[in-house]
Ligand binder design. Sequence first.
Ligand SMILES: C[S@@+](CC[C@H](N)C(=O)[O-])C[C@H]1O[C@@H](n2cnc3c(N)ncnc32)[C@H](O)[C@@H]1O
Length: 211
Amino acid sequence: MRVRNIRGIEKKIEETAGEKYIIDPSSNKGRWKKVFNNNNPIHIEIGCGKGKFITSLAQKNKNINYIAIEKVEEILYKTVLKLDKEESLKIILGDGNDLLEYFAEDEVERIYLNFSDPWPKKRHHKRRLTSDVFLDKYRIILKNQGKLILKTDNTILFEYSLNTLNKKWLLENISLDYHHSEEIEDSPTEYEEKFRKKGIRIYRLEAINQK
Ligand SMILES: C[S@@+](CC[C@H](N)C(=O)[O-])C[C@H]1O[C@@H](n2cnc3c(N)ncnc32)[C@H](O)[C@@H]1O
């Protein structure tokens, strides 16, 4: 029998986040709107890191249900420390690889990928969050016309993502020197602030799911 080992940090996540922490996301597959107890659109971030981006969006936009996914518990705990009682935000300690276990077809309206790991070695390209393996999963859980929004400082990852997305998605609002603007539903991430301070250019794109 497999006994679930709740390590100290996961216990801290549970205690601090309370109901915002979803221990078994797969049990909510197809019923996320019930979990949030409303009919608002669901926006998810994969690899939320320390959570500045998703917590500030959730604190601004109370009419959207946000879900933050991060695979490293010590990092997710930093997101937990930024949670606010009022926002409509749930957090998952999980892997983007397992999205089809967490979400049913057409359940999600938007996916954010911010400063995802670039995985420079060729043999690791499949691990990139914009490899075909991941895009195929996004296409299933995203509604028709749902959006994938990506920001990165990494030229190679951006070029790679343009090529993989170009096969089946409609690309728009591509920026090779993105600056945050109040007109766009966006907020800077921890990595973004660090790169911006160093004068590093930020790339951004939006890709529309075509079903
Ligand atoms: C470079 S950091 C960027 C963090 C944050 N998005 C930002 O912009 O500040 C990438 C994060 O994605 C997480 N990550 C990478 N691959 C992931 C996956 N397959 N599923 C969930 N999280 C992942 C890493 O643990 C890390 O915290």
